[in-house]
Design a protein around this ligand. Structure first.
Ligand code: SF4
Length: 341
């Protein structure tokens, strides 16, 4: 999908989320800008600790303590019309009362999130049925019987057999793959405009992972929702996404459509990530490259470009002293690197 041919659904502008620890302040999200358009799947990629999950949590206002979103805007374009028939104004989610009615209406009904570990969202002491039914009733004007019907229907849709029987079971009675499907069903039960998926298949075996990815793709086509897909797995990015944002140490370092990312990457970090994945056609036994060095200490980020200690293309005297700005190398392809100035 071309990045400009759809209306924006969510715009993140100058987002900063910091963690205030005894050892110092960690700028986990450091001036992030990104746009998600209606129906688009945007991949957020990077190594552990690059800030991708904290960005997602900041959007929903669920950053765990001692983290705090200190500045920025998260503009959500709600497509619903106001009761008087006028179009609703875009709303800055960061300005809403974090425990108020409006953010709770948006969270769950408009924007849903699924996590790597289903037990993050499922209660171990309640039956599957009561959990999904409660979510449905919270956001839709339905009777309990209608909500039960809808809950069974959505469980069937995510590929679970005997959905009515499943409603009476507890999460611990299900396999990991089934729990993940239940969580997806719960997230989709209110037909959100945006689904945020944070490494939802990382803990699953490859067969179940492939099934869940196919399922999410087909449900997306059916329901027309946008997906923000967080992963460190570039194979999943290739399968799932239209547009990709690469993050390193809390900053967006490259963003472009998925084909350009794989065939014409610009940022040395993106190129290194791509060299570290297996490729079809590579000769057998050819070792994969590893990214030189490790992610630096987040309390003490390197000066200049934070990737410079690991970068094979660094320009001495420039990259270690000057912070690179974002450059648009072609429409819709932006990169934060001195090589393209
Ligand atoms: Fe490498 Fe310099 Fe580009 Fe950073 S700015 S990625 S160090 S070339």
């Amino acid at each position: 999908m071309n990045e400009n041919n759809q209306e924006p659904l969510l715009e993140v502008v100058g987002l900063n989320t910091h963690f205030f620890l005894e050892e110092g302040v960690v700028k986990a999200v450091d001036g992030v800008n990104l746009t998600i358009r209606r129906g688009q799947t945007v991949g957020i990629v990077g190594e552990s600790g690059c800030g991708k999950s904290v960005t997602a949590r900041s959007i929903l206002g669920i950053v765990p303590s001692p983290g705090k979103t200190v500045s920025g805007e998260v503009i959500f374009y709600d497509e619903e019309t106001a009761p008087n028939g006028e179009s609703k104004q875009p709303v800055n989610l960061l300005e809403l009362d974090p425990k108020g009615k409006e953010i709770r209406r948006i969270r769950g009904k408009k924007i849903s999130m699924i996590f790597q570990e289903p037990m993050t969202s499922l209660s171990p002491v309640h039956k599957i049925g009561s959990q999904i039914i409660e979510t449905i009733i919270l956001h839709q004007k339905l009777s309990k019987a209608q909500a039960r019907e809808q809950a069974a229907e959505i469980l069937g849709r995510v590929g679970l057999s005997q959905p009515f029987e499943l409603l009476n079971r507890y999460p611990h009675e299900l396999s990991g793959g089934m729990r993940q499907r239940v969580m997806i069903a719960m997230a989709l039960s209110c037909h959100p405009s945006l689904l945020i998926a944070d490494e939802p298949t990382t803990a699953l075996d490859v067969t179940t992972e492939a099934q869940i990815l196919r399922l999410m793709r087909s449900l997306q086509a059916e329901l027309g929702m946008a997906i923000m897909y967080i992963t460190h797995n570039l194979g999943v990015v290739a399968q799932m996404t239209d547009y990709v944002i690469v993050m390193y140490l809390g900053k967006v370092v490259e963003e472009t459509d998925v084909d350009t990312l794989f065939f014409d990457p610009k940022h040395p970090y993106t190129k290194a990530l791509l060299r570290s994945i297996p490729r079809l056609g590579a000769s057998q036994g050819q070792p994969l490259e590893v990214i030189h060095g490790s992610v630096p200490d987040p309390y003490n980020k390197p000066s200049g470009c934070p990737f410079h200690p690991r970068c094979p293309e660094r320009i001495e005297g420039v990259c270690n002293t000057q912070v690179p700005e974002v450059i648009e190398v072609k429409p819709g392809h932006r990169v934060r690197c001195h090589l393209y100035v």
